[in-house]
Design a protein around this ligand. Structure first.
Ligand code: ADP
Length: 534
């Protein structure tokens, strides 16, 4: 049933809306209607003799139908096809020359629509002339000019011409509309191709609906053996480090085809290290009116140069810090040695103290830079052994004492006598030192810093709270990223480079723990570290 309906719809489209009407089809429709008219008239008791005018009309229609079938119209001049509907009008004219009452003039609409559609307004003129000369004149000459006959006959050219004009006008509108749509499509395609970002449009099944030129280059790199046009195809697509091939579930197109939205997912495409590209991928859902997933749009931005520059910068920082560390260690060591002598004049001691303090700071900074570069290489090796965190906290507070006193900040700690956990002692010392030195650094004179250590279920909980400058809510997410410093810290010219917290976070996480911050601008901050005991 569905198939029949589909075929009928297809026939209807070919009959009415195809760019060029199919002569065989239209002529066949006319022939069938013409024959039906003759048969109905015969059935109605109108005797149609073999040699009558209507029979001559039938022969003409048969000839026109045969010509429609046999003549190669595509190769003939375009106007020749117009002969067929004119012959049909003539056949109708002959068919009306019947004393029992002529053929129905309504049939003239079929050749009229044909001419109107094929030749536009010029076709309508042909319709008017052909119906007036070939249909009306013989009819009136044969049947005579009687009242009913006159109106029936004279109206035919008007109705037929009107039908031809109507269809030619309608088709002109449709063609104009199609041209506008086609123009818009070309403009959109030009924009789509001109942008420097690779673009992919997916439908709700994950099939590629559109890919722009830039993306074709990326697809060529990622799928040298060709792409099937469906999301989730495995290929030379790697993770952000460019080392591990992505699984189907990790592929951006696959995730987007499942309705996931994301931004800045970094991938590498291509096997050849020289030509491979780094891409930052974003995906957005497309929804239908009911809010169901209708597809997705993905953008691929080339970030190869940025990623390579980052790597060069990290390698540079790592090598420079490495080179600086050895001479600095010796400067710090000798400054300390000198300070231990008691035969130096007080002004020299004061100058030496400044030297020792600054070279110490430089030493810590270089150590942080080196550590941070190592974190990038994924080297957060932790050597676990039983560590008394309570002792680490006490030592840290003691070491921070002089700085706190100089800054006029009250520093106090509350910790159990011992709290042993499996961890890397050196790294935990770094965590405590970083949090304590920050708390002291970012607190005004007269403020206080409180350190507390406790056990909560199977975790150790360390909290460093201060009454300092605080951190704005908007900054809290970026606090643990490298080189980030808050505006408040910069404005007050408090020294620092923004590495401590990123290192602290990496250490805590490499121990299976978490770090959180609560803070209010101008009131103070509390950093909370939770570490598993086992
Ligand atoms: P540094 O202190 O060297 O700048 P950190 O990574 O330790 O680097 O800290 C990053 C930034 O976070 C600091 O620059 C400062 O803006 C903010 N911050 C850290 N600790 C505190 C704190 N206790 N109070 C207020 N701001 C802080």
């Amino acid at each position: 049933m569905g198939r029949v309906a589909e075929r009928l719809a297809g026939l209807h489209r070919r009959l009415l809306f195809a760019d060029d009407p199919d002569p065989v089809l239209v002529q066949a429709v006319f022939a069938v209607l013409f024959l039906a008219d003759i048969l109905l008239r015969a059935a109605g008791g109108s005797p149609l003799a073999l040699g009558s005018w209507p029979m001559a009309g039938l022969v003409l229609v048969a000839l026109a139908t045969a010509a429609a079938l046999v003549v190669p119209w595509q190769r003939a001049a375009p106007w020749t096809i117009g002969i067929l509907p004119v012959v049909d009008i003539l056949a109708l004219g002959l068919s009306r020359m019947d004393p029992g009452g002529g053929a129905t003039g309504t049939l003239a609409v079929v050749p009229a629509l044909w001419l109107g559609r094929q030749y536009g307004p010029r076709g309508a003129v042909v319709v008017f002339l052909a119906t007036a000369l070939l249909l009306v004149t013989p009819g009136l000459a044969y049947l005579g000019v009687s009242g009913a006959n006159l109106t029936r006959t004279v109206l035919i050219p008007l109705v037929a011409t009107w039908a031809a004009l109507a269809i030619s006008y309608a088709l002109e509108r449709v063609r104009a509309g199609t041209e506008v749509i086609e123009h818009q499509r070309r403009v959109s395609q030009a924009i789509f191709d001109a942008v420097d970002v690779g673009l992919v449009l997916l439908d709700h099944t994950g099939a590629y609906q559109g890919v722009n030129r830039r993306q074709t280059d990326f697809i060529g790199l990622a799928f040298p053996d060709g792409h099937s046009g469906r999301a989730g195809q495995l290929g030379a697509v790697y993770d952000a480090e460019g080392t591990r091939e992505l699984t189907r579930e990790e592929l951006p197109t696959y995730r987007a085809s499942r309705g996931e939205e994301f931004t800045d997912v970094r991938i590498w495409v291509g096997r050849d290290p020289l030509t491979r590209r780094a891409l930052s991928v974003s995906a957005h859902r497309v929804e239908d009116d009911a809010g169901n997933l209708a597809g997705a749009a993905l953008g691929y931005k080339d970030v190869t140069d940025y990623m390579r520059a980052l790597r060069v910068k990290d390698e540079f920082v790592a090598s420079v810090s490495h080179e600086l560390r050895t001479p600095l260690t010796s400067i710090v060591g000798y400054a300390q040695l000198l300070l231990e002598r008691d035969d130096l004049p007080p002004d020299v001691v004061a100058q030496l103290e400044v030297m020792a303090r600054n070279s110490g700071r430089l030493h810590r900074l270089v150590a942080d830079l080196l550590h941070s570069a190592r974190l990038d290489e994924g080297a957060t090796a932790v050597a676990r052994a039983p560590v008394d965190l309570a002792a680490v906290v006490r030592d840290g507070v003691e070491a921070a004492g002089p700085a706190a006193r100089r800054a006029g900040v009250d520093l106090a700690a509350e910790a159990p006598p011992t709290l042993v956990l499996m961890a890397d002692r050196e790294r935990l010392e770094q965590v405590v030192d970083n949090l304590l030195s920050n708390a002291v650094k970012y607190t005004h004179a007269g403020g206080c810093v409180r350190v507390s250590l406790a056990v909560d279920a199977d975790r150790a909980e360390l909290c460093v709270a201060d009454t300092g400058i605080g951190i704005a809510a908007a900054d809290r997410d970026r606090l643990f990223t490298r080189f980030f410093r808050t505006r408040e810290a910069e404005e007050r010219s408090i020294q620092g480079v923004g590495l401590g917290l990123s290192i602290t976070k990496a250490i805590v996480e490499s121990h299976g723990g978490r770090i959180e911050v609560e803070s209010e601008l101008g009131t103070g901050s509390a950093f909370r570290v939770r570490l598993p005991l086992g």
